[in-house]
Write a protein that binds this ligand. Structure first.
Ligand SMILES: [Zn+2]
Ligand SMILES: [Zn+2]
Length: 233
């Protein structure tokens, strides 16, 4: 199977494309609204055909995409944005010098460090890349974390890609306990967690692999607790 395409909630969809060269799923997300489709992250260039197929399967096309926002500028999050010729494309200004996109002038480098952008709360998290942001979509209460919080290379939950994913949560906590976040980057990671803790989301849409449903605040709080205990050593 090349990809999984599923609902996260009524009008939010996840497209997770299997990338055998990276041994990971690469995720992108569609929010379908009356005024058009918003796409968050886009996959690599070679994933473009799956985006077209997935949009087609819900009666949409790349022409319907009016807004593209990237959590950060790595190739697996921006390259297929070239498909969306009708969309305005946004990314945080800190990504300007590192965006892995052939025509960087197509992007508006205007996302706020912290504040409202369209229907989203946008929050700079300062971990993974200098301009990595998370988006909280107010109308649907869905949180998009990009690679700040993701399951790169991890297997999906036995309950499916969109699920509580308790084993994934446990695995992330273990990874953190075992020093998966390098010590010098830990303070920035914890600061990022603190800024996303207030968002009471119904689902955490990550940059790679599992989408976690429910208990998002509890999970972030648990990560903070473990992370803070590591700082003591
Ligand atoms: Zn990345
Ligand atoms: Zn990524």
């Amino acid at each position: 199977m090349n990809y999984i395409f599923e609902n996260v909630t009524k009008n939010v969809f996840v497209l997770a494309v299997w990338d055998s060269s990276w041994n990971s799923y690469n995720n992108c997300y569609f929010i379908v609204e009356d005024h058009g489709v918003t796409v968050i992250d886009s996959g690599k260039l070679q994933h473009a055909k799956y985006i077209e197929e997935a949009l087609y399967s819900i009666g949409k096309s790349v022409e319907d995409v009016v807004l593209f926002i990237a959590t950060h500028g790595h190739e697996d999050h921006v390259q297929s944005a070239a498909l969306f010729t009708k969309a305005k494309k946004f990314i945080h200004p800190n990504e300007k010098n590192m965006i892995e996109y052939p025509e960087p002038e197509q992007f508006h480098y205007e996302l706020p460090d912290q504040g409202i952008f369209r229907d989203f709360d946008c929050q700079l998290v300062g971990y993974h890349t200098p301009g990595s942001v998370i988006f909280y979509h107010r109308p649907t209460q869905v949180l998009f974390t990009g690679d700040f919080l993701c399951f790169f290379g991890d297997p999906l939950s036995a309950d499916g890609i969109v699920s509580e994913g308790n084993e994934l949560r446990e695995a992330w906590l273990d990874y953190l306990k075992e020093g998966g976040v390098p010590k010098e980057q830990l303070p920035a990671f914890l600061e990022g967690l603190k800024t996303i803790q207030p968002f009471d989301s119904i689902a955490i849409c990550t940059g790679h692999g599992g989408v976690l449903v429910g208990e998002s605040k509890e999970f972030v709080t648990e990560l903070l607790k473990v992370g803070n205990s590591l700082l003591l050593f």
